[in-house]
Design a protein around this ligand. Sequence first.
Ligand SMILES: [Mn+2]
Length: 421
Amino acid sequence: MPEIPLNNLKARREKLANLMPVNSAALILSAQQTHRNSDVEHKFRQNSSFWYLTGFNEPESAFLIIKTEKETLNYIFVRPKEKEKEIWTGYRSGPAGASQISGIEKSFLFSELKPQLEKLLGGLQHIYFDFGSENYATLGIEILELIRQKRIYQITSTQNLLAELRLFKENWEVEQIKIATQIAAKAHNLARQACQVDLYEYYLEGLIEGFFRQNNCNWAYPSIVAAGQNATILHYVENNSILKDKDLILIDAGCEYNYYAADITRTFPINGKFTIAQKEIYDLVLKAELEAIEESKIKNTTFEKVHEKAVLVLSTGLKDLKLLDGSLDEIIEEKKYRKFYMHRTGHWLGLDVHDIGSYLDKDGKSTVLKAGMLMTIEPGLYFDPQDESINEAFRGIGIRIEDDILITEIGSQNLTELAIK
Ligand SMILES: [Mn+2]
């Protein structure tokens, strides 16, 4: 995998420092190696913000930045090199290696973290630290106690700082993201081609995730492969039902390439042919999606306006199909559409599939879309299979269409266009 260029890492740390007040520190712990069961471990996945600032891919590590009147200093703390352990669990970079990878000169052993904090935190007024994270529960409490002893009374999460940086993707990041989105799009097309009656959902899941692995990716989130009325369960992950004739299948699957997530949803008829009701709903969701994408191209539009566009199209269609009563204004203002459209139209995308980034600006207004932001647009409609107030032809239909949209200087670009819809 391409490493994060040192210049990018340095620029990110400089921007981070610029956001911090004088006499403050930020401390970010790496992810921890977790056990799945017995002595079997989960595949290690680095903490996204730690990765973003260091490019260092090992557990039991920490990043520390301290900004004073005089200077800004960066530190990295990592595991020692230990031949015996490396034979069993793999290569360790050690402090010297960590310096090379991250471009942070001041590198120490992770076991040195507390003594160093003891020395370095004196005189500071503000610290950014996520003490509530489940990782390093005991260490988190010990660090908090140390912060208290140092009489640092302002403790804030690192989330807002990192969100401001990570919301805008660098060109290098966009290159990685384009690879992720293309592999994910191809996997969706593969599943569409292979889909047929009497297969099982897990067969398509295997096909998609196999394709991810063949292309040096992992899934960015567990795939949803939902046939028939399973598609009306938003977080369906069982993926063990048989594919029936005349049903639809909803597939929400995306890979992670070099730490960047793709997130795509497609819905199509299992036997290749829509029923009339399915076609009506599909066309409506597609129209909402395409119009929301058009909205994202408008200069200085907002995150909220993209959602409002999708809501307007869906509400109009639901009224026309007599699935909702009342005037269009009523349907929108009283949020009657929520009976069938209960989620938002998108989210930020990046190192995390639901990436950090604020949805509101400092005045509490919806975030203006600017070049470098990456978001999903994913309207859907879901009809409760048991709800007898719904016209029978529509019951059990669940449709969502989702693309990954990069905001550019001249509009926006759909990075997942390659996936047939
Ligand atoms: Mn999504």
